[in-house]
Design a protein around this ligand. Sequence first.
Ligand code: NAD
Length: 287
Amino acid sequence: MIELLAKPVVERIQSGVSERAANFAKAHGRKPKLTVVLVGENAASVIYTRKKGETAIKLGMESEIITFPWTATPEDVKTTIDRLNADPKVDGILIQRPLPPSFKEEEVLYWVTPSKDVDAFHPINAGRLMLGLPSFQPCTPAGVMEILKHYSINPSGKLACVIGRSSIVGKPMAALLLQANATILHTHSKTPDLKAICRQADIVIAAIGKAQAINSDYIKDGAVVIDVGINRTPAGKVVGDVAYDEVAQKCSAITPVPGGVGPMTIAILLENTVWAAEQAEAAKIAR
Ligand code: NAD
């Protein structure tokens, strides 16, 4: 059994991002810039936001974090996003989730202009992904694809079971695997007899947000298992959606939690930010 660790994959991506950021700064006299907008003080969001900023700076980029209190109105935040959309020195904008209940996700999705939407959440970018057009990469699913590539696991011709259909993970994950010529079993909470369906798959991607719910009954011998879940047990331990210890006895390869998919997300986010900066400058030259 191979443990699919993110570390070497993240190091390779970060080294590419850092080189591109340095070349960009030399050519344009400024660093690629990521601005994160954080509403409230959700503990996990504060940690994720800080980590994004610190990693951006480590890779030679500029980072800005704009914070609002949890009581901020959608109008307050939207006004700031409009300003950032118009600022030529800001390349990537990210609105950290979760947002207060007064923020309607179906409206917020449109706020960040598509060319700065480094999370790839805007409906135009989601549509471009579905059509296979060049666009920002959906950070977590693209991170999964990088892990597969790094460990020479080619999805082409394989049966892949994606468990979960969120817009952030499950749906773009299925789209990327389909583009890589896998055959997709796309399952969710209403799928009957999930175990029997999942047991057919060569590659299982678990993204359901239920601690250790996917046990060895769901996995065929020798399958590759990718655990996207990040859950905290009552004892405070971080675990995935997969029951690691028993599944590891049955599969051929598995991502651990922590240390598997999790660290990939920021690496892809920063790769998207450099790409946004390069595209913005190229568009200026074309004008
Ligand atoms: P979500 O709650 O938005 O979606 C969960 C999906 O799982 C839903 O589509 C639902 O139908 C399905 N589901 C729920 N219970 C199920 C069950 N018992 N059987 C089958 N399907 C079931 O969650 P999400 O945002 O997609 O996140 C999923 C997990 O991935 C969470 O643990 C989250 O913390 C983690 N996550 C990790 C990263 C990262 O690694 N950087 C990024 C995003 C999400």
